[in-house]
Design a protein around this ligand. Structure first.
Ligand code: MLT
Length: 246
């Protein structure tokens, strides 16, 4: 059964963040890049914000076996999927992310950002991230910066606030990562200002079967800064999953 590659977006982004990677991927790889529920300008899922709702939405996608690749927040959702739907997981790629829970300080920061977004709108979320998403401050002033601002507006206030609350509530999923039996990969820029590469190297090593791909001179938003390298790495994971190797 040919696996489907599912690309899961980060914050404050949507499916469009993967456009460059999709363009660089081998067209024979079946790809889906959904907007997480509530991140399409529509209604957020009912109930307390949780990445589990997003994991279940990924499980509702077509395709029996999924290679799930999540960038940053998307990686947190991908790990929730791996925990809740292991039978559907054909491979897992964590891009610019990590398996740990928020610290109390991070949770407080998210609560403060929710209040600011409710007051000032979606643009507040884009500006809060802009200085950290790219390898240098210039990134926020390029077309990629424009794309991030446009994405935050499409996601909308409700989706952004749901995302922040769901991230704050997520548990540590280090054991999900370290005990994964499906093919696994970490893709990380060595100039990531949000998740330092040293942290990525350390958690990648907790899963001895995982492949670690470090992208030199690349920041947090590696799918925008280095789409061909991210696509190559994902294609190699997909090939591994498709051929049933471990
Ligand atoms: C992201 O890029 O999706 C966010 O930085 C994730 C986070 O805030 O933890």
């Amino acid at each position: 059964m040919t696996p489907t590659l599912v690309l899961v977006h980060g914050f404050p982004l949507d499916h469009a963040m993967w456009d460059g990677v999709r363009a660089a991927l081998d067209p024979r790889i079946p790809v889906l890049a959904p907007d997480l529920p509530g991140c399409d300008g529509g209604r957020a899922p009912a109930g307390a914000p949780s990445l589990d709702r997003w994991a279940d939405a990924l499980a509702a996608l077509p395709g029996e076996r999924l290679v799930v690749a999540g960038m940053s927040m998307g990686g947190y959702a991908a790990l929730a999927f791996a925990e809740r739907h292991p039978g559907r997981l054909a491979g897992l790629a964590l891009v610019a992310t990590h398996p740990y829970a928020d610290t109390d300080e991070q949770k407080a920061g998210r609560a403060a950002l929710i209040a600011k977004i409710r007051e000032g709108g979606a643009a507040v979320a884009a500006e809060a991230m802009m200085g950290k998403l790219f390898r240098d401050a210039e990134g926020g002033r390029t077309g990629e910066g424009v794309a991030v601002r446009a994405a935050a507006e499409r996601v909308g206030v409700e989706g952004l606030c749901y995302a922040l609350a769901a991230m704050a509530a997520r548990p540590d999923r280090t054991r999900v990562w370290s005990s994964l039996s499906a093919p696994a990969m970490v893709i990380h820029g060595d100039a990531d200002a949000i998740v330092p590469a040293a942290r990525a190297r350390a958690y990648a090593a907790l899963n001895p079967r995982a492949t670690y791909v470090e992208l030199p001179g690349v920041g947090h938003h590696s799918p925008a800064e280095s789409p061909a390298a991210v696509a190559n790495a994902l294609a190699s994971l997909w090939n591994q999953a498709a051929s049933g190797e471990l």
